[in-house]
Design a protein around this ligand. Structure first.
Ligand code: GGG
Length: 359
């Protein structure tokens, strides 16, 4: 039977464990398609970009790479970064270039707790913990504005300026996104992360927009919390959290903290969304390329497979996304775990177990 819908996906494994975990996610998606009775299929194109490509060509991706990507239904990314290339070159040359060029302004990073994985946060009463960090993904501290060696001060006196850009429109769209997300959750609450006591321009605008947008969502509880206090809250009162909206840098830091509290960065999934759907959205594990374990079959594939589940939802395949999540949970609950979460299993064994649960 021919497929009713074929989704085109650009795979960009990039660096280190990125190649291992993207292969893992692809295996899961291909198994789902094979078992769909022809309802859907995935048509993959892999791009060889990343630090290895940079070493050969001087570019992290092709000059016309964005044109090559723009018509895909989605992008599936691994991880960027390798010790041979300065991190700011690899990050800006690939991942941030794609996120910003395709206006993927909403980065959704669920903090999810898996059965069978020990977390320092598990409460004695086993209160279920589950929250989502919504990261403003197009501006803020990642606007790329600034410069070095201003006014020709010379060696030993160099000055660097890194400017954060906050626009009213940019703040408003991410906050509306967070409120809409909260409306669909059991706990209808949005926590805004700020630092307006010290950052008296951008963060004050952020707070003002939050207050204004909140007025349109009277059914959603709100709070505004300083980023330092929010870090403590993640550890001490995570049961208060549902949707946490934060600027680019603050959300990046907090979401890493959240996934570490859930057990490991290797578990964390994410979606870089262009909610307007003018450009493709990109799905990737939160973790980086992990050079220390790359190529050894030790990477935790759960963040990448969870990201594939977010991609399925984006395609309108919510039941299939739920099946993938159930298969992940059944696997962790069985005690089959990679070393980052206290086990001895290899990447392939986790994938095999997930595929067996899906069969
Ligand atoms: N899969 C995510 C990834 O590759 N991250 C690399 C990284 O260094 N990210 C830093 C950032 O996005 O701020």
């Amino acid at each position: 039977m021919s497929a009713q819908r074929t989704f085109t996906i650009a795979a960009i494994p990039a660096d280190g464990v990125g190649t291992e975990v993207v292969a893992a996610g692809r295996a899961v998606l291909d198994a789902l398609a094979a078992g769909s009775g022809g309802r859907f299929a995935f048509d993959w194109t892999e791009f060889p970009w990343g630090c290895g490509y940079y070493e050969k060509t001087g570019r992290m991706m092709d000059d016309d790479g964005l044109e090559a990507l723009q018509d895909f239904d989605a992008l599936y990314f691994g991880a960027v970064g390798w010790p041979s290339v300065p991190d700011h070159i690899s990050l800006w040359g690939l991942r941030l270039r794609i996120c910003q060029s395709f206006d993927q302004w909403a980065n959704v990073r669920p903090v999810h707790f898996h059965p069978g994985i020990t977390s320092p946060l598990r409460k004695a009463d086993d209160t279920p913990l589950d929250w989502v960090v919504v990261r403003e993904n197009s501006e803020g501290e990642y606007a790329g504005l600034g410069g070095r060696n201003l006014a020709g001060r010379g060696p030993g006196n160099e000055v660097a300026l890194q400017t954060a850009l906050f626009t009213e429109k940019g703040c408003e769209r991410i906050m509306r996104f967070a409120f809409d997300l909260a409306r669909g959750r059991e706990r209808k609450r949005v926590s805004s992360v700020t630092k307006s006591n010290a950052q008296q321009y951008g963060m004050v605008l952020w707070d003002e927009v939050f207050e204004r947008v909140a007025a349109d969502y009277p059914d959603v509880e709100t709070e505004s919390v300083l980023v330092d206090a929010m870090s403590a809250k993640f550890v001490l009162h995570p049961e208060d959290l549902s949707v946490v909206v934060a600027s680019n840098l603050n959300a990046d830091i907090l979401s890493d903290l959240g996934s570490a509290l859930a057990g490991s960065l290797g578990l964390a999934a994410s979606a870089n969304l262009n909610p307007d759907r003018r450009f493709p959205s990109m799905f990737e594990p939160v973790h980086g390329s992990a050079p220390d374990i790359a190529g050894q079959g030790l990477a935790n594939p759960i963040g990448a497979i969870g990201s594939a589940a977010l991609m399925l939802e984006h395609f309108g395949l919510a039941d299939e996304a739920a099946r993938v999540r159930e298969a992940i949970e059944a696997t962790t609950a069985s005690g089959l775990l990679t070393p980052d979460v206290g086990g001895t299993a290899k990447t392939d064994e986790i994938v095999e177990a997930i595929l067996a649960h899906l069969a």
